[in-house]
Design a protein around this ligand. Structure first.
Ligand code: PEP
Length: 253
């Protein structure tokens, strides 16, 4: 049985004071009741150390939103896997559509980052998903299969277990437009089938595949009930403790 996993992607939100406030509120809620769900938050780099301190002795795990593929070097503005590891970061979001779109990240670059993250014992949350145009042209399955293959190129059977996949249709991110549970399940089961072809069915059955794209307390339960949806990567709704907590609760049933 795969344990449900809910991760919050804070994106470029929350300064120092707001970080303290959001995490304190979330911990207070979790103290009253902690469901059997794995929970992670991915704050911006400026809040990583503080968040790490605040979540100590809580069930919340720490993630980052990005990293460079090189260990160190002249890459102004970038952060490495080694640096993240030194702050006890456990997860790192890689291949988010905002990185692919605004920062022109390629599948090859994402693949290098995935391998580097694993080398430094970070668990990648590997995002993939089609655009609206691709969906409307019937290309969804080709696109996600290609992203999956290229992203996992050269990753061993042993290492792929450390990866969490996040299916995030680009048209659903931050738009308020969510994939229906059936639409999402269809892609998730396709991805699991591809994983079993790329590796084997035992490995494929162990890998968590999250859904991301306008998940809210109102739609989380129906999405998470689908057999191949193992939780969610949450953007907008993780910025308030209450809605993030409601989504965490929805992952438990
Ligand atoms: C995301 O950024 O990964 C995301 C899913 O955002 P939102 O929930 O706001 O659509």
């Amino acid at each position: 049985m795969r344990k449900k996993f809910v991760a919050g992607n804070w994106k470029m939100y929350k300064d120092k004071t707001e970080t303290v406030q959001l995490i304190s509120e979330l911990i207070e809620k979790l103290n009253s009741y902690t469901p059997e769900v794995e929970i992670a938050i991915c704050p911006p780099f400026t809040s990583i150390e503080l968040a790490g301190e605040l979540i100590k002795n809580s069930p919340i795990k720490l993630g980052a939103q990005n990293m460079h593929s090189e260990i160190e070097g002249a890459f102004t503005g970038e952060v490495s896997a080694k640096m993240l590891k030194s702050f006890n970061v456990e997860y790192v979001i890689l291949g988010h559509s905002e990185r692919r779109t605004y920062f022109k990240e390629t599948d090859e670059f994402i693949n290098q980052k995935i391998k580097r993250a694993i080398e430094f014992d970070l668990k990648p949350i590997f995002c993939l998903g089609e655009t609206l145009e691709e969906r409307e042209n019937g290309k969804t399955f080709d696109v996600v299969e290609n992203q999956l293959r290229l992203g996992l190129n050269g990753v061993s059977r042993l290492d792929v277990e450390k990866i969490v996949i996040a299916y995030e249709p680009v048209w659903a991110i931050g738009t308020g437009r969510t994939a229906t549970p059936e639409q999402a399940q269809e892609v998730h089961s396709f991805l699991r089938e591809k994983l079993s072809k790329l590796f084997d069915s035992e490995i494929a059955s162990k890998i968590k595949i999250l859904y991301g794209g306008s998940v809210k307390p109102e739609n989380a339960r129906d999405l998470f009930k689908q057999p191949d949806i193992d939780g969610g990567l949450i953007g907008g709704a993780c910025l308030k403790a209450d809605s993030f907590y409601q989504i965490i609760l929805a992952a438990q049933f």
